[in-house]
Design a protein around this ligand. Structure first.
Ligand code: SF4
Ligand code: MG
Length: 288
C-alpha cells in the first residue's frame, strides 16, 4: 500500500521522528483492550513516518470515548462539542492551510449528530483527514445503538434490536464527494499507519473508517480480528465500481477503496470585502 504514496511525498519535510515524539504521556482512560489504543498507536506511527513536527499537526475531535484521543498526543488538539469536529476543523484548515489537520472521533459523534457535517465535509473536499473509530455503539454513554449498529443487535437498552438499516459510511463518503476513502482495523496498527499516511498525503478530504472494537459494550467484537481481510478493497478511481463493491461487502474488507482526482478546495486568504464596507452596509439608519 505504501508504494502507492507518491502525490505529496516530495512536499513532506524530511525530519526524523519516532512514535513516542507524538505521545503526550497522559495515560488513556479507555477500558483495557479497547480498540482505540490500536488507533492511537497507528496514528503515532503514521505521524512519525509522515515527518512533520508535532507543533505543525492539529487533532480535532468531538465527544465520545474515541474523541478523547487528542489529549493523548503531543500535537495541538481541539476537543470540541458533540458532532461538530469537522466544522471546527474546516475553519481551521481554511485559515491555516499550513497546518496538518486531522479529525478523529466515533460513529455516534460522526454519523449521527455530526452526520450532516460528514456529508458536507466530503462535498467541500477541504484537504484534511477524518478518522472514525467505528464500534457500532455509543460507548461513553453506556451502550446505545449508533447509526452503524446491526438491526438485530440485542441489548438492555434496545431489546430485540432497533430493526433499522445501518448507515454505510464508505458508500456515503464516495457519493458525497470524498477524495480518498479507506477502511482499516485497530488490531493492525502498522497497516493502519500506512493508510493514515496515505490519507494525509492524498489531496482533498480523506476519510478512513477504522473498525475499533468496544470490548465493554460489544465484547463479541473481539472476534473481528478473525473476520477482517487485509488489502481486499482497491477499486481506486472508479466511483461507481467502488460504491458497488462497498454496498456488496460484508464490512470487513480492509484497504483503500477510492482515490479521486478532485482538486482540494483552497479559497484565497485575502478577503473579497473590507470589514469597514460590511459595517457600512449594516449600519443602522440614524434617522429611523
Ligand atoms: Fe473503548 Fe468501549 Fe470502553 Fe469506550 S466503553 S473506552 S469504546 S471499550
Ligand atoms: Mg462508537
Amino acid at each position: 500500500m505504501t508504494d502507492t504514496i507518491t502525490e505529496r511525498t516530495a512536499e513532506a519535510p524530511h525530519c526524523v521522528f519516532e512514535s513516542k515524539d507524538f505521545a503526550s504521556g497522559a495515560h488513556p482512560v479507555w477500558c483495557p483492550g479497547c480498540g482505540d489504543f490500536g488507533v492511537l498507536a497507528g496514528l503515532e506511527r503514521a505521524l512519525a513516518k509522515h515527518g512533520r513536527p508535532p507543533h505543525e499537526v492539529v487533532l480535532v475531535s468531538g465527544i465520545g470515548c474515541s474523541s478523547r484521543l487528542p489529549g493523548y498526543m503531543s500535537t495541538y488538539g481541539f476537543h470540541g462539542v458533540h458532532g461538530r469536529a469537522l466544522a471546527a476543523a474546516t475553519g481551521l484548515k481554511l485559515t491555516r492551510p499550513d497546518l496538518e489537520v486531522i479529525v478523529v472521533g466515533g460513529d455516534g459523534d460522526g454519523y449521527s449528530i455530526g452526520g450532516n457535517h460528514f456529508i458536507h465535509a466530503c462535498r467541500r473536499n477541504v484537504d484534511m483527514l477524518y478518522v472514525v473509530m467505528d464500534n457500532r455503539v455509543y460507548g461513553m454513554t453506556k451502550g446505545q445503538p449508533s447509526p452503524t449498529t446491526e438491526p438485530d443487535w440485542d441489548s438492555d437498552i434496545a431489546p430485540g434490536g432497533i430493526g433499522l438499516r445501518p448507515f454505510n459510511p464508505l458508500a456515503i463518503a464516495i457519493a458525497a464527494g470524498a477524495n480518498y476513502v479507506a477502511r482499516g482495523f485497530s488490531g493492525d496498527p502498522n497497516a493502519l499507519a500506512d493508510l493514515i499516511v496515505d490519507g494525509i498525503r492524498w489531496p482533498g478530504f480523506a476519510f478512513i473508517e477504522v473498525l475499533s472494537p468496544c470490548v465493554t459494550f460489544r465484547p463479541e467484537q473481539t472476534g473481528w480480528k478473525k473476520m477482517v481481510r487485509s488489502s481486499t478493497i482497491s477499486i481506486e478511481q472508479d466511483r461507481a465500481a467502488a460504491t458497488r463493491l462497498v454496498l456488496e461487502d460484508d464490512g470487513f474488507s480492509l484497504g483503500v477503496l477510492y482515490r479521486g482526482d478532485r482538486a482540494a478546495v483552497a479559497p484565497p486568504l485575502t478577503p473579497s470585502i473590507a470589514v469597514t464596507d460590511i459595517e457600512h452596509e449594516f449600519a443602522l439608519n440614524e434617522r429611523a
